[in-house]
Design a protein around this ligand. Structure first.
Ligand SMILES: Cc1ncc(COP(=O)(O)O)c(C=O)c1O
Length: 260
């Protein structure tokens, strides 16, 4: 069983307390994908979202996501380390453990994963934690979540033309323009309209939202993970987006008229 703490598309959370009790009673391995969402554990106001994470048999998450470490620094924690050793350790004579000298580590670290030669990933994680500390990093995570709520408050001012996916649990906001001016054009045309608009804003250089599909429809997806973001950035984003929206709307209307 693989519940999510923070899905890619919407930042939604599975109920880990509930799912872990099912996994225990059915004797199922519980792997938690906490790629970015598990790091809310550092933010006291949102920590309850990951309640039950300690029941996982394994947990994967990335320091290069909400901990702002340079790529790549993924991490997997396995409750019973013997599983790693029995999966990855190989008997190679050139990897013998000795009593003295450079090969005294027992077992070798490469016995716990697929890599033998590998970079010193832990250094950048250690440096980030040492420089900023978990309290500050947790505050930054909280700020991103507040910025998501702020963005929603800006979008809500245009309720008639913008549909927002709710609830917004964390730092991800999905929305799409559904302007009445286009008439009854159908959902696919609105998908194209929103897709074009995302390309417009990306090309403008102001912001880089992505697109995603939720219930088969294309949505503009804003995932806020930068420690440098401020509320002003979202004012600029919305102002630019609305300008581009007007331009794109006029061009759609014009093309529609030409088609008629
Ligand atoms: C929930 C979730 N799982 C897995 C991944 C994949 O992570 P990576 O690209 O570091 O392998 C992501 C990336 O956004 C994610 O958000």
């Amino acid at each position: 069983m693989c519940p999510f703490v923070g899905t890619v598309n919407t930042g939604a959370f599975d109920n880990l307390l509930h799912l872990s009790s099912i996994a225990r009673s059915e004797n199922i391995w519980l792997h938690v994908d906490g790629a970015f969402g598990s790091l809310v554990v550092l933010n006291p106001e949102r920590r309850q979202l990951v309640s039950g994470i300690d029941q996982a048999d394994s947990l994967a998450f990335d320091f290069h996501k909400w901990l702002h470490c340079p790529y790549d620094a993924g991490c997997v924690l396995i409750r019973d380390v013997t599983h790693l050793h029995s999966t990855f350790s190989v008997d190679q004579t050139y990897l013998d453990v000795t009593d003295r000298g450079c090969s005294t580590d027992k077992p070798w670290f490469c016995a716990f994963g697929p890599e033998l030669s590998r970079p010193f990933r832990a250094l950048k994680v250690w440096s980030t934690l040492k420089e900023h500390g978990t309290v500050k990093l947790g505050e930054k995570i909280g700020e991103n979540c507040q910025q998501a709520q702020y963005l929603v408050s800006l979008l809500e001012k245009h309720d008639g033309i913008i549909r927002i996916i709710r609830p917004i649990t964390l730092n991800i906001v999905n929305f799409r323009f559904e302007p009445n001016e286009l008439g009854n054009v159908g959902a696919e045309t609105l998908d194209i309209f929103n897709d074009e608009l995302v390309a417009d804003i990306q090309v403008s250089g102001i912001a880089v939202p992505s697109t995603t599909r939720i219930q088969q429809r294309l949505y503009i997806r804003v995932a806020i993970v930068s420690h440098r973001s401020t509320l002003d950035d979202f004012d600029i984003f919305i102002k630019t987006l609305l300008n581009l929206y007007q331009i794109r709307l006029q061009s759609f209307i014009k093309n529609k008229k030409l088609d008629e």
